[in-house]
Ligand binder design. Sequence first.
Ligand SMILES: [Zn+2]
Length: 101
Amino acid sequence: MPTCTNCHNKWSWKQTFKKMMTMKSEMICPYCGEKQYQSKKSRTIAPFLNVIILLPLLIKLMFDVSKVLTLSLIPILGVCIMLLYPFVVRLTSKNEFPFDR
Ligand SMILES: [Zn+2]
């Protein structure tokens, strides 16, 4: 779970999830009100998590799985990734993506 770099308070899963849903690069710490950004490192992990969504398609290619099963797995995995995402988020006080708005 992310920890604020300013006040060193750990954000709860719910707080992190809510901040993520705003899709903004800056996230205000619920404890001290300072701006926090998602660190470069945690952002590079994100695409790898998204790849998991494509796993059913890969399984479909290798094994003879029904289309319905493959397609129903994708949204389930999507939800799982969203739920797991707050665990990998790390914070930084500097915006490492200055051109990202
Ligand atoms: Zn803070």
